[in-house]
Design a binder for this molecule. Structure first.
Ligand code: FEO
Length: 394
């Protein structure tokens, strides 16, 4: 079993086959990282998803009998880490379940209804394992109300929960053992889809991480950070502040090609200003992949045909997903082709405003098939946006 520091082991599970994590496309699977610390007392940090409990117990059993566990520490309640807890508590009947006061206690009880007695902790509390100590760092709403990190003081290991994670199943367990072309986009996608709505809270957690200056950061998903730690901390610094690069993302769907013509004209206008453009047709695309590219984009242009008097369904679904992320400091442009009533562009603008974006007006519309004049309006609007995006990224 992989030993990270003396008496500190990775005992988690690999989920190679996961392809969807509550709407987040996971083509490379994921891991549920759990950690065992053996000292005078033995502590298990986090669990795994219930179907992977046997893998967890196999790994623990290589080190000790599960009944020897004294503390089970839940860093947040979400079921990808907690749903094996009932089995863990059965196999370790003498263990004390450690969680955050109020939200951790309430969440575990509401999920499992076991009447467990908790040892509740708050920011700054410490737990002695014998000659080593764990301190708890509250990170509320990064990304759950009860989220916290645990820090093994003597070994300088930070158990960061979901922070700094990736949905990535790999045989190697450390970030520096995997090609950065694979690792880094997955870390960005993870931040975009899990933490973007909680950037302020993630920023506060980042400050606490930097203050600790850990030697190892071991998240609850994906690879653990040792040599490449600076990269992930610097990246979180940019992402939590909403810093952008000169990039415009054009997202659209199309029925007979008219909205696609407008999307291509938007691309041409932005590219003409020397700005990187990412163009996505929503049919066949994953919203979570698109969010990874929106993370550092300065502007998002969203286009839809009108169908049955409303926004095309794939675009409506994407807007619903986007609204939950409240992306910081991004420009938005709406465009639409329509047959009888041009209502989609206005509706898209409203959705983008509701998501907290600065919508550039007027929105762009074309009746049936856009003529050259309509396409030129798209190019010009995209060029204006691209110039602002370049200035913001400078
Ligand atoms: Fe990986 Fe928020 O659970």
């Amino acid at each position: 079993m992989l030993e990270l520091a003396k008496g500190v082991y990775w005992v988690g599970a690999m989920d190679w086959g996961l392809r969807d994590f509550h709407g987040y496309a996971t083509p490379r699977g994921t891991t549920y990282n759990a950690y065992l610390i053996v000292d005078e007392k033995t502590a298990l940090i986090d669990g795994v998803k219930a179907p992977f409990k046997d893998e967890l117990f196999r790994n623990i059993t290589e080190i000790c009998d599960p009944s020897a566990i004294d503390y089970v520490i839940s860093l947040h309640v979400e079921r990808d880490h907690s749903s094996a807890l009932p089995f863990v508590m059965e196999r370790a009947p003498g263990a004390t379940l450690v969680t955050t006061e109020r939200f951790g206690e309430q969440g575990l009880e509401a999920n499992f209804h076991r009447g467990w007695r908790f040892h509740s902790v708050k920011d700054g509390d410490r737990l002695s394992l014998g000659w080593r100590h764990i301190s708890f760092i509250a990170t509320p709403l990064a990304h759950w109300p009860d989220s916290m990190m645990a820090y093994l003081e003597e070994d300088s290991v930070l158990f960061s929960s979901d922070l700094y994670g990736q949905h990535l199943a790999t045989s190697p367990r450390f970030a520096d053992q995997v090609a950065s072309e694979i690792l880094r986009p997955e870390a960005a996608k993870y931040y975009a889809n899990i933490f973007m709505p909680y950037s302020s809270q993630a920023g506060r957690a980042l400050e606490k991480t930097r203050a600790l200056a850990p030697k190892l950061i071991v998240p609850s998903h994906g690879l653990m950070w040792r040599k490449d730690m600076d990269w992930v901390l610097e990246s979180y610094g940019r992402w939590t502040q909403g810093l952008t690069v000169p990039r415009v993302v054009v997202v659209y769907d199309t029925m007979y090609g008219s909205t696609e013509m407008m999307a291509q004209a938007m691309r041409q206008g932005a590219e003409g200003e020397g700005v990187e453009v990412q163009l996505y047709r929503l049919t066949g695309s994953s919203a979570s992949d698109i969010m990874a590219h929106i993370l550092e984009a300065g502007a998002v242009c969203i286009g839809s045909p009108v169908l049955h008097g409303g926004i095309y369904p794939t675009v409506a679904a994407f807007l619903s997903y986007l609204r939950g992320f409240r992306p910081k400091g991004k420009l938005g442009v709406a465009f639409s082709s329509y047959g009888w009533v041009g209502i989609a562009a206005k509706a898209i603008s409203q959705e983008m405003e509701d998501a907290g974006m600065e919508v550039v007006q007027p929105s762009l519309e074309a009746n049936f098939v856009p003529d050259e004049e309509a396409l030129d309006r798209c190019r010009q609007a995209a060029a204006v946006v691209a110039r602002r995006v370049k200035a913001a990224a400078a």
